[in-house]
Design a protein around this ligand. Structure first.
Ligand code: SER
Length: 583
């Protein structure tokens, strides 16, 4: 049995209910692109909301973290990973939590106690040193010299800046054939962290204050990839059974060996796996130039470039056997992988075809460019040309530059990029078409349509309606909003009519850049104010809508066509969802 199944089995036999992994693309939180931790979908329940499955839960949760994107290529980082977790929502606390972890590690996985060490929270002015946890560990047989007391930095856990939080105890494994030192030194990197048990008994508020939660919770997280590597006794995660067939497929396609091409093969393996998961998500993400779509595009294009580095003929459908291995590995665990297999394969194929049209020429341009360069900086004109004409995501140009010891004028690139976006707003009126930006034409229209819909709902349904999320593809828009009832047919009709009236009035769309506070004070609608930068763009549509938004938007509403609501349904408690199209 693999680790995932063993973990779930163990916690189920101890009274936990297995909950399904939440979608990778959060359904109602536009402030984050991807789910990044096992506990993220459980935040409301950690804060006290009743979970329908009870007070003891366990799962394996899909996560994507982009902070590590630059590190991919080394032995231990991944953009996509799975996190095993068990939770007590006001049920058991420190004692059982530690006992479960200890029993699972030593009895189910048969890890010798001598290879384990732990850290516990040393406390601060507000919160006492966690003697309770330390005592439980001692009683289980972890000697005092294998317990380290660490501060806020290491042994206190919170997702982001606010929300449920608490001290934690982390479990370490000695991964080395050398003699195990008697005394545990958390700075000695032969000790690797394998499990984190957080005792969530506080809530941090936006003003920095910490209050005690009525409900004392446990939130544990174990990174699957890392623990499998530990159990299989390898120090390179990509050499575990998780990656075996995927790496073999890359070796076979490239006719090269992993050992001589580790970096490119790891990047290809990691990026294709993540691309499979992003494009399989029921949110229907396609490669594009914004949000999750842009990440998907970047991952696929970076993988293609590394495929080329390995000498693969990237004009063939070379990613297919690799993606099929990923699918085979996960389809029994995640229904979207099975359901959307064909979609995933199409996304990979189509994006490869698109990029391959310009890749070869772009690489030649790049080589030419760097052979003439007279300082060590790729200027903004060239960086933008590689992006606009050859489809090189700026991060790819940056990576290629780095390999040659060069840098890129990134700021200059973004200035040009912004200026170009202004231009493509004109473009969406149908006057200009070209480069990558044009593929966003329909999306741009849908962006503007969401603002109109948001404004119309406030007029027709309730002025307190707020946007809870949105998702845009070239074919449709999806809009989630706070509302306590199913819209009546009359309400839907009125909303549709009002949006179409504003489209017909051909209202001007204007943009102002201003300080965030000024924007809010001026009455601009903001979804998650604390997540915005200090300087924001505020888009106004005539005098019917004013929202803080990153854009892009059309220049005037007349180009949007006819707005039609296709579906109105529940999304989650207190949140409704509208699917709509522009015809
Ligand atoms: N929230 C903790 C973590 O992500 C434990 O699940 O490490």
């Amino acid at each position: 049995m693999n680790l995932k199944d063993k973990f779930i089995d163990y916690f189920k036999s101890n009274g936990h209910i297995q909950i399904p992994s939440a979608p990778l693309i959060p359904e109602n939180d536009p402030s984050v692109l991807f789910n990044t931790a096992g506990m993220q979908p459980l935040i409301p329940y950690l804060l006290g909301k009743k979970h329908p499955e009870g007070t003891r839960l366990c799962d394996y949760q899909k996560c994507v973290r982009l902070t590590d994107l630059e590190e991919i290529g080394d032995k231990t980082h991944h953009t996509f990973f799975e996190m095993l977790g068990n939770w007590s929502l006001g049920d058991y606390f420190k004692k059982e939590s530690i006992e479960y972890s200890f029993e699972f590690l030593t009895k189910v996985l048969n890890i010798p106690v001598d290879r384990l060490a732990v850290t516990v929270f040393e406390g601060n002015d507000d919160i006492p040193r966690d003697e309770v946890a330390a005592t439980i560990w001692r009683e289980l047989g972890i000697p005092e010299e294998r317990i380290a007391y660490l501060g806020l930095e290491d042994n206190f856990w919170i997702a982001g800046d606010t929300g449920p939080c608490g001290g934690d105890t982390e479990i370490f494994y000695f991964r080395s054939d050398e003699d195990i030192p008697k005394v545990f030194d958390p700075k000695d990197d032969r000790w690797v962290e394998i499990w984190n048990n957080v005792f969530m008994e506080y809530r941090k508020n936006a003003d920095g204050t910490i209050e005690e939660l009525e409900q004392k919770n446990v939130d544990t997280g174990m990174g699957l990839e890392r623990v499998v590597a530990v159990l299989e006794n390898v120090d390179d995660n990509y050499k575990t059974s998780i990656w075996k067939e995927i790496i073999e497929a890359i070796e076979s396609v490239s006719k090269k060996t992993y050992n001589e091409n580790e970096v490119s093969m790891r990047i290809i393996a990691d990026h294709i796996r993540t691309a499979v998961f992003i494009s399989a998500d029921y949110a229907g993400i396609k490669p594009s130039n914004t949000d999750q779509g842009y990440i998907l595009r970047r991952l696929i294009r970076r993988a293609i470039r590394h495929g080329k580095k390995l000498g693969i003929d990237t004009n063939t459908n070379w990613t297919l056997p690799i993606a099929l291995e990923v699918i085979a590995k996960y389809e029994d665990y995640y229904s979207e992988i099975k359901d959307n297999k064909e979609i995933v394969l199409d996304v990979l194929k189509n994006e490869s075809i698109k990029f391959n049209r310009t890749l070869e020429k772009g690489l030649k341009e790049f080589d030419k460019l760097i052979s003439h360069i007279d300082n060590s900086i790729i200027d903004k004109e060239n960086a933008f040309r590689l992006y606009d004409t050859y489809g090189f995501p700026i991060e790819l140009t940056e990576e290629m530059a780095q390999e040659k010891g060069l840098t890129v004028d990134i700021q200059g690139f973004y200035e040009k990029f912004k200026a170009h976006q202004e231009l493509s707003r004109t473009a969406s009126a149908g006057k200009f078409k070209g480069g990558l930006a044009s593929s966003g034409e329909m999306e741009t229209k849908y962006h503007t349509a969401t603002h109109l819909l948001n404004a119309a709902l406030k007029v027709v349904v309730d002025k307190n309606v707020h946007q809870k999320g949105s998702n845009i593809t070239e074919e449709r828009m999806r809009f989630d909003f706070s509302c306590d009832h199913k819209l009546t047919d009359e309400e839907k009709k009125q909303v549709e009519e009002l949006v179409n009236k504003w489209i017909q009035e051909d209202l001007p769309v204007t943009m102002e850049t201003m300080n965030k506070n000024d924007a809010v004070n001026s009455g601009a609608e903001a979804m998650f104010i604390e997540k915005y930068a200090d300087i924001v763009n505020v888009y106004s549509i005539g005098d019917v809508s004013k929202e803080i938004c990153g854009g892009p938007h059309v220049e005037h509403t007349g180009v949007l066509g006819v707005f039609r609501i296709k579906k109105e349904e529940a999304s989650s408690a207190g949140v409704r969802r509208i699917k709509a199209v522009l015809e």
